[in-house]
Ligand binder design. Structure first.
Ligand code: FAD
Ligand code: UDP
Length: 386
C-alpha cells in the first residue's frame, strides 16, 4: 500500500509526486482521470506534425529563480518572449497597451501630451491597472483611460467572463496593466521561455521515477472513498492514514455540500493552414470583433520549423460540470461571493489535516504555472518533508 497519494497529474500534482519520490524516497500513487499527464499544460503533435497545446496556449514565465532552476532540471529551453497584438480600430497594435500603442492609435497631437501626462503622473516604466487609471481626476488621462477601457478591456472581458471588468476582482484585468514603456513584450519576467521538447516531456521526466505509480483514466472516486462527515479516507477499500495531495476541484472533494464553485470554460477551434506563418506574432487578441477572444499560432511560441502552421481560436463559454464539451473548469472566477464560498470549503478542509489542497482547482486561484510550481514546492518543503 501507499503512504502518499496524489490526485491529478498537472503541475501541482506532478511536482509534489516528484519531490516525494526523489527527496523523501517514498512510494507515491498518482491518480489522474484523463488519459494523459500534464493537466492543462499538456501538449502533443497534431496530425500535421505541429506541436500544439490541447487546453490552450501556455507560455512559461517567472520572476522566481528557484522555480526556473527547479524546472530546468527537467527541460532545456527555447528562449522566447511572448508578443501579443490587439486588433483595434482596424490596426494590429501592441498589447498590453503601452506608449507605442498610444502613438499608433491616436493622432500625434493627442498622443504626445498624453504621454507626457502619464509619465509625469506615474513615472516611466510603470504598470497601471486599467481600473486604477480610470480613477484619475485629470480630464485628459480620464479620456485616455476610458478609451483604453472601451477598446481593449470592456468587450474582451465581457466575452471571456460574461461580465464587465469592474464586476471581477481587480487582479484579473490587473494581469494586463497599461504599461508606461516602449517594451512591447507581454511579460517582463526575468525568466521566460518554452520547454524545448514541449511540456508533456517535462511531465514524463517528473513522473518517470521508479517510486511513482501512475494510474491514468481513473477518477479518484473509483479508488478513494472520502467520508466527509467523519473526516475519514479509504484507499482501495482500506483505511488510508497517509498523506493525500489533492489537486482537483475542492467543491467536488466535499460533494458540493455548500454549492458549486463557478468556473468559466472555453471551446478551442484548431486549424492547420498550408502556409509557413499566418500572423506576425504568437497571439492576436480580438477584443471587439468575433466571438473568439484570441488566435494563437503555435510555431511562434515553440520555434518549430514546418511548411504548414496550426492556429487555435479560443471561444469562451459557461462551465457546466455535467455537460460534455462544457465540463472543463478552465478559469476560477475571482469575485467576492465566489471567494467567500471558496473560504467555506477551505475552512471545511481543516477537518482533513493530512490532505493538502494544491493548485488552480483545489485552491480556486487564478494561478499561472510558475505560481503553481512555487506553491507545490512550498507545500512539500513545509508540510510533507519532515
Ligand atoms: P491542472 O493543470 O488543471 O491539473 C489538475 C489535474 O487534476 C488535471 O490533469 C485533472 O484531469 C486532474 N483531476 C481533476 N479532477 C480529478 C479527479 N476527480 N480525479 C482524478 N484526477 C482529477 N499559465 C502560465 O503560466 N502561462 C500561460 O501562458 C498559461 N496559459 C493558460 C491558458 C489557458 C487557456 C488556461 C486555462 C490556463 C493557462 N495557464 C497558463 C494556467 C495553467 O494552465 C495552470 O497554472 C496550471 O495548469 C495549473 O496546474 P494544476 O496542477 O493546478 O491544475
Ligand atoms: N484582457 C482584456 N483585453 C486584452 C487582454 C486581457 O480585457 O486584450 C483582460 C481580460 O479580462 C482577461 C484578463 O485581462 O481575461 C487577463 O488576461 P490574460 O491574457 O492574462 O488571460 P489568460 O491568458 O489567463 O487567459
Amino acid at each position: 500500500m501507499f503512504d502518499y497519494v496524489v490526485v491529478g497529474a498537472g503541475f501541482a500534482g506532478a511536482v509534489i509526486a516528484e519531490r516525494i519520490a526523489t527527496q523523501l524516497n517514498e512510494k507515491v500513487l498518482v491518480i489522474e482521470k484523463r488519459n494523459h499527464i500534464g493537466g492543462n499544460a499538456y501538449d502533443y503533435y497534431d496530425e500535421n506534425g505541429i506541436l500544439v497545446h490541447k487546453y490552450g496556449p501556455h507560455i512559461f514565465h517567472t520572476r522566481s529563480r528557484e522555480v526556473w532552476d527547479y524546472l530546468s532540471q527537467f527541460t532545456d529551453w527555447h528562449l522566447y518572449h511572448h508578443h501579443v497584438l490587439g486588433s483595434i480600430d482596424g490596426k494590429k497594435v501592441p498589447i498590453p497597451f503601452n506608449l507605442n500603442t498610444l502613438h499608433e492609435l491616436l493622432p500625434e497631437s493627442f498622443a504626445r501630451p498624453l504621454e507626457e501626462k502619464l509619465v509625469s503622473k506615474f513615472g516611466y516604466n510603470v504598470k497601471v491597472p486599467i481600473l486604477k487609471l480610470r480613477e484619475t481626476d485629470d480630464k485628459d488621462l480620464k479620456f485616455l483611460a476610458d478609451f483604453v477601457y472601451e477598446k481593449v478591456f470592456l468587450n474582451y472581458t465581457t466575452k471571456q467572463w460574461g461580465m464587465k471588468p469592474e464586476e471581477l476582482d481587480p487582479t484579473v484585468t490587473g494581469r494586463v496593466p497599461v504599461y508606461i514603456s516602449r517594451d512591447n513584450r507581454y511579460f517582463q519576467d526575468a525568466y521566460q521561455g518554452m520547454p524545448k521538447e514541449g511540456y508533456t516531456k517535462i511531465f514524463e521526466k517528473l513522473l518517470s521515477h521508479s517510486n511513482i505509480k501512475l494510474m491514468l483514466n481513473t477518477d479518484y472516486k473509483e479508488v478513494i472513498d472520502i467520508d466527509v462527515k467523519n473526516g475519514k479516507i479509504s484507499l482501495f477499500g482500506q483505511e488510508f492514514k497517509g498523506i493525500l495531495v489533492y489537486t482537483g476541484k475542492i467543491d467536488e472533494f466535499f460533494n458540493y455540500e455548500f454549492g458549486d464553485l463557478p468556473y468559466r470554460s472555453l471551446r478551442f477551434e484548431f486549424e492547420n493552414i498550408q502556409k509557413e506563418f499566418v500572423q506576425p506574432v504568437g497571439t492576436i487578441n480580438y477584443p471587439n470583433e468575433y466571438q473568439f477572444t484570441r488566435i494563437t499560432e503555435f510555431k511562434h511560441l515553440t520555434g518549430q520549423e514546418h511548411s504548414s502552421t496550426t492556429i487555435v481560436k479560443e471561444y469562451p463559454q459557461g462551465y457546466e460540470r455535467n455537460v460534455k464539451g462544457k465540463d472543463i473548469p478552465y478559469y476560477p472566477i475571482p469575485k467576492k461571493e465566489n471567494l467567500e464560498l471558496y473560504a467555506r470549503y477551505k475552512e471545511r478542509a481543516r477537518q482533513f489535516p493530512h490532505v493538502f489542497f494544491v493548485g488552480r482547482l483545489a485552491e480556486y486561484r487564478y494561478y499561472d504555472m510558475d505560481a503553481v510550481i512555487a506553491r507545490a514546492l512550498t507545500v512539500f518543503n513545509n508540510k510533507i518533508l519532515r
